[in-house]
Design a protein around this ligand. Sequence first.
Ligand SMILES: CC(C)(COP(=O)(O)OP(=O)(O)OC[C@H]1O[C@@H](n2cnc3c(N)ncnc32)[C@H](O)[C@@H]1OP(=O)(O)O)[C@@H](O)C(=O)NCCC(=O)NCCS
Length: 138
Amino acid sequence: MNQTESIVYRRVETIDPLTYRDLLVSSGFTGVWPVDDLDRMRRMIAGASLLVAATRGGQLMGVARCVTDFAWICYRSELAVSKEAQGLGVGKGLIDKVREVLGPDVSLALMSYEESFGFYRRIGMQQRSDAFWFGRER
Ligand SMILES: CC(C)(COP(=O)(O)OP(=O)(O)OC[C@H]1O[C@@H](n2cnc3c(N)ncnc32)[C@H](O)[C@@H]1OP(=O)(O)O)[C@@H](O)C(=O)NCCC(=O)NCCS
């Protein structure tokens, strides 16, 4: 069995906030996720409607966190793959699993930081210019 064959993608009900925080940090992303506010991280997980995890031998490698009605649209909130697992297809595998769980009736939307534009283009997502946004105040 090679490195990528042993990776398991599955929907999970919850993730420990500390574990999730550590994964986000270990992805090397330097953007604006509230990794120093564990209570907010806990609320982010509690309020999600779809969490997909990638594991290998029980080790968490990546997570996609989403909010969806399972009927029309899904908003992917974060996607993170730990630094040592990047480049193995885990990010694509997580998005594929999210789409498999959602099925053909549900569209998938997300906001991306510029560093990741190439990834979303590479996995075939359509880049659009018709998104609107009110920023959070804190
Ligand atoms: C972006 C991220 C999720 C990609 O995950 P990954 O597991 O490394 O990506 P994959 O191995 O599934 O890559 C799939 C394809 O996209 C390409 N790709 C990955 N990241 C890329 C990037 N930043 N720019 C261009 N192409 C990229 C890969 O080379 C691969 O191409 P291939 O099909 O030719 O092999 C991961 O790098 C990450 O967690 N980054 C930090 C957090 C982050 O930026 N999250 C997104 C916030 S919007």
